[in-house]
Design a protein around this ligand. Structure first.
Ligand SMILES: NC(=O)C1=CN([C@@H]2O[C@H](COP(=O)(O)OP(=O)(O)OC[C@H]3O[C@@H](n4cnc5c(N)ncnc54)[C@H](O)[C@@H]3O)[C@@H](O)[C@H]2O)C=CC1
Ligand SMILES: O=C(O)[C@H]1O[C@H](OP(=O)(O)OP(=O)(O)OC[C@H]2O[C@@H](n3ccc(=O)[nH]c3=O)[C@H](O)[C@@H]2O)[C@H](O)[C@@H](O)[C@@H]1O
Length: 472
């Protein structure tokens, strides 16, 4: 259970100190955080350098799909409690607390983080500050970064009392609003009672609602804990995917293996769905950067463990291509593939490091004609992978297909009870390749499909026995 059933839906705002806060960097994390801080009652300014994004935000519109976010943005920009600017000076003299939510992409060599956005934001902000305040880093960074930034703050500060703390974020895309307003835990690495007071004040409405643990520690522990959390999530996925490989070689069923493991409370069922492997803007880059950092530190065991997690993950793409080839009878050359899903997972329009898009590209390179649909990510997918075809509806994408590949586990494809029969009526051949191991095969088999899933034996359509009971 993520939280107690008695928990109120909206954190209470009564008798709590409300604050003036800024959020510097309004991407997926920063936009959600800014809107959520306004929802808690704070006065908020979001600072975003990208002018196009900033204009959209200032008009109360979300630049990406995230459930519940558009409503919060519209409500709080209209009320005036939330505004956006591309000028850091608008935040510097006004806010009592500054969240840093800028990006930490991988270095071009693909290993450690680029720190220019976090370093740049601190270098720009601190000289503009003339009152004591707290800078709260939320971006995911390598251990040691907060200490380095604290030294920069010390060098550049014009006034005493500018605190820097690290407060890593654990939200999941697709549930970002809920995870920000009602998180399991708030982790903060800090070094002074003043900083602790500021963090407790800004999160007071969440803490007062109950069900969220505040973990106060030192900055290095906070940084390692965040990296470790994402590494563990990645490891859990790679573990079950490694078992899927074993299942494929033995005729066993990985979904039953996962169910059996998940019932054990020491393991738990969440975050262990087998499939094509983890993608997105965070797990792949954070695992890569953490592996680089632990190697640099000389932690041999950790380096080997994390490298193995990555190796298993990379292998899933090939496993998915091989499954599609087997389902197509050996070759994909010239096959028309209706491809369902482009985002890195359901519930988001984010296509960063999307396993679905990588697979679509790979199938295209094998000579297939790939026709893709996604409920929210069509525009981003088209920009990222212009070589395949796109359709506005799932039925248009699968029309005339020799093979349908389920690339992302959107409910539109997985839980709509009418979809298997409708799609069967549109395709040339009813062959489903589910690389997310997401669908319940039964309704698909009943609608005439053969179902191919990673880590499970292929299943052929249900054929009704024409022989009457007791007959010849
Ligand atoms: N996306 C997610 O779900 C989560 C992200 N994180 C971490 O949060 C950080 C941000 O992630 P995303 O929001 O996904 O990245 P993003 O790349 O979508 O957003 C970063 C934004 O910061 C802006 N920016 C850069 N420097 C700036 C400056 N000096 N002033 C104002 N704006 C500036 C960029 O234009 C960009 O819009 C990363 O470290 C990431 O690992 C952590 C947990 C969840
Ligand atoms: O640091 C971050 O940015 C965030 O990264 C992940 O969040 P997110 O990237 O939104 O996505 P997840 O739900 O963890 O999924 C990541 C990938 O793993 C895949 N996945 C997830 C779960 C699962 O059981 N199996 C599986 O293959 C998803 O399809 C997706 O491609 C973490 O779950 C968050 O706690 C963290 O804050």
């Amino acid at each position: 259970m993520r939280r107690a059933a008695h928990r109120p839906r909206t954190p209470t705002r009564e008798k709590l100190d409300l604050m003036r806060v800024s959020v510097i960097g309004c991407g997926h994390l920063g936009t959600t955080h800014a809107a959520a801080m306004a929802e808690l009652g704070h006065e908020v300014i979001g600072i975003e350098l990208d002018q196009e994004k900033c204009l959209l935000l200032a008009a109360g519109q979300a630049p990406f799909f995230e459930p519940g976010l558009a409503e919060l943005l519209a409500r709080h920009t209209a009320s005036g409690r939330l505004r956006f600017s591309d000028q850091l000076t608008d935040a510097a003299g006004w806010a009592e607390l500054h969240f840093l939510a800028v990006g930490t992409p991988l270095d071009p060599d693909g290993q450690g983080y680029q720190t220019d956005q976090v370093v740049g934001a601190v270098r720009s902000l601190v000289p503009l500050l003339h009152e004591p305040c707290t800078i709260v880093g939320k971006s995911t960074v390598a251990v040691g970064t907060a200490e380095r930034l604290r030294e920069i703050v010390e060098q550049l500060a014009n006034v005493p009392g500018i605190e820097l703390v690290w407060n890593p974020e654990f939200l999941r895309e697709g549930r970002a609003v809920e995870d920000t307003l009602r998180p399991d835990r708030i982790l903060v690495g800090l070094g002074s009672p003043e900083a602790r007071k500021a963090v407790e004040a800004v999160y007071a409405p969440i803490l007062a609602a109950g069900g969220t643990e505040l973990i106060v520690t030192d900055p290095a522990t906070a940084e390692v804990a965040k990296s470790a959390a994402n590494a563990y999530l990645a490891a859990k996925i790679s573990f079950i995917n490694a078992m899927a490989e074993v299942c494929e070689l033995t005729g066993a069923d990985v979904t039953e293996v996962a169910r059996t493991l998940g019932i054990d409370q020491r393991i738990g069922p969440l975050g262990m769905r087998p499939g094509i492997g983890y993608g997105g803007g965070c797990l792949p880059k954070d695992l890569s950067a953490f592996t680089h950092r632990v190697r640099e530190l000389g932690a041999g065991g950790a380096t080997e463990l994390l490298a193995a997690v990555d190796t298993v993950n990379r292998g899933r793409l090939e496993a998915a291509v091989a499954l599609a080839e087997r389902a197509a009878g050996g070759s994909l050359e010239g096959a028309r593939i209706g491809f369902l899903g482009a985002s890195f997972k359901a519930g988001t329009s984010d296509v960063r490091d999307s396993p679905a898009l990588r697979l679509a590209d790979r199938l295209h390179l094998r000579g297939a004609v790939v026709v893709l649909h996604d409920p929210q990510a069509l525009a981003g997918a088209h920009r990222a992978l212009p070589v395949v075809q796109y359709r506005e509806t799932a039925l248009e994408a699968v029309a005339g297909a020799d093979l349908v590949v389920l690339g992302t586990d959107w409910p539109d494809y997985v839980t709509d009870p009418q979809f298997p029969a409708r799609a069967a009526g549109a395709v040339r051949l009813p062959i489903l390749v589910d690389v997310r191991t997401a669908v319940d095969p039964l309704p698909w088999l009943a609608a005439g499909w053969s179902v191919w899933q990673l880590g499970r034996p292929a299943q052929q359509p249900t054929v009704l026995d024409p022989t009457p009971p007791g007959g010849a």
